[in-house]
Design a protein around this ligand. Structure first.
Ligand SMILES: [Zn+2]
Ligand SMILES: [Zn+2]
Length: 349
């Protein structure tokens, strides 16, 4: 399988030549449910982790929010299997109560009542593993020998989303692989447990968020007459605010990706300065709740538009990883271009 972003509706450079110097390559990851091994690039899959290297743990704080029960990863998997089976095999339109058997409802109640809030350090969860061979743009300055990026997180809010940890390594140096890594005793929310997915990386070209452009370019993008030189590709409904056409269809790909530009939306663009040296940090990995939504559905891969029900039953096709972050937003990890040893930055947008 591969995933193909449909061609953009117009060549934005032909209409706005000044954008050409701002083009960046992003690698869309297109995670889809599968059974990755330690030797695959994956989301939520096993990591190529050296047997003699301590597994990362998070020391907290992990304060009980008094509202939500924690769930064990195993129980989240059981709930997902029950839900998937129900959606796949039982008719739509029946009530939620009739969709599940009494045994399944009893399991669900047992799960929701049982998991105690954890104490002590929490084993971190694999979130993503990326091999350079699959994501050629994956390079960290100063680490030319490394061809593998591993991202883990603590599945508890710190304070409003999981805390991430990044590890770069050379795959060839990992001889003895850790077979059974520790799992956290619990996750704060089911959406903090990534469903194992294989990746189908694809490179696309991105342009900055409209508010990151110069004033002159912003004015050009707001000029409806200029858009009309592109012919009839741009619907008249965009006439009052043609920038929205740029934002939705031409600038920034939604979903999981490496590199590219930042999808601002929760806040206006702001500097992301390295905490160690003050250099502007650059987007590395975007961890997304959904791969597209109604405002960005032109980016849905052709294969998914042709067969929108082929993904995990019971979830929208755009949410194959089952991650649900920060009320539907994305977590974008930035790294400092000056030094691989400087801490990364987590940005929710
Ligand atoms: Zn933690
Ligand atoms: Zn720095």
């Amino acid at each position: 399988m591969s995933r193909t972003t449909p061609p953009r509706p117009l060549d934005v450079i032909a209409v706005f030549p000044q954008l050409a110097s701002l083009a960046r390559t992003a690698t869309r990851l297109h995670p889809r449910p599968g059974s990755p091994t330690q030797h695959d690039s994956s989301v939520g899959g096993p990591l190529l982790w050296p047997a003699d290297e301590p597994w990362p743990h998070c020391d907290g704080p992990h304060e009980w929010d008094q509202v939500n029960a924690a769930l064990s990863p195993q129980d989240v998997r059981v709930q997902r299997r029950i839900r998937a089976a129900a959606v796949a095999s039982r008719p739509h339109g029946i009530s939620e109560a009739d969709r599940y058997t009494p045994e399944e409802r009893a399991i669900d109640e047992r799960i929701n009542a049982s998991c105690p809030w954890p104490t002590g350090p929490i084993a971190m969860l694999p979130v993503a593993q990326l091999y350079l061979r699959d994501v050629p743009s994956l390079r960290q300055p100063g680490r030319s020998e490394d061809d593998l990026l591993q991202v883990l997180w603590c599945p508890f809010d710190h304070p409003a989303h999981p805390r991430t940890a990044l590890f770069w390594r050379s795959a060839a140096t990992v001889v003895d692989v850790l077979d059974t890594p520790p799992e956290p005793p619990a996750v704060q929310f089911p959406g903090y447990l990534p469903q194992p997915c294989l990746l189908e990386p694809e490179q696309v070209t991105e342009y900055p968020h409209v508010m990151e452009l110069s004033e002159e370019l912003q004015q050009q993008l707001g000029d409806w007459d200029r858009w009309q030189t592109a012919g009839e590709t741009v619907d008249n409904s965009y006439a009052p605010a043609p920038q929205e056409f740029y934002m939705g269809k031409l600038s920034i790909a939604p979903g999981w990706k490496v590199g590219g530009w930042t999808r601002w939306g929760l806040t206006d663009p702001a500097p992301r300065l390295c905490l160690a040296c003050g250099t502007e940090a650059e987007p590395l990995l975007t961890i997304a709740t959904t791969e597209w939504d109604p405002s960005t559905d032109s980016w849905a891969p052709e294969e998914d538009q042709a067969n929108p029900t082929a993904l995990f039953p019971g979830h929208p096709p755009a949410q194959a990883t089952m991650i649900d972050l920060a009320r539907g937003y994305d977590l974008q990890l930035h790294v400092c271009p000056a030094s691989p040893d400087h801490p990364h930055i987590e940005l929710v947008q």
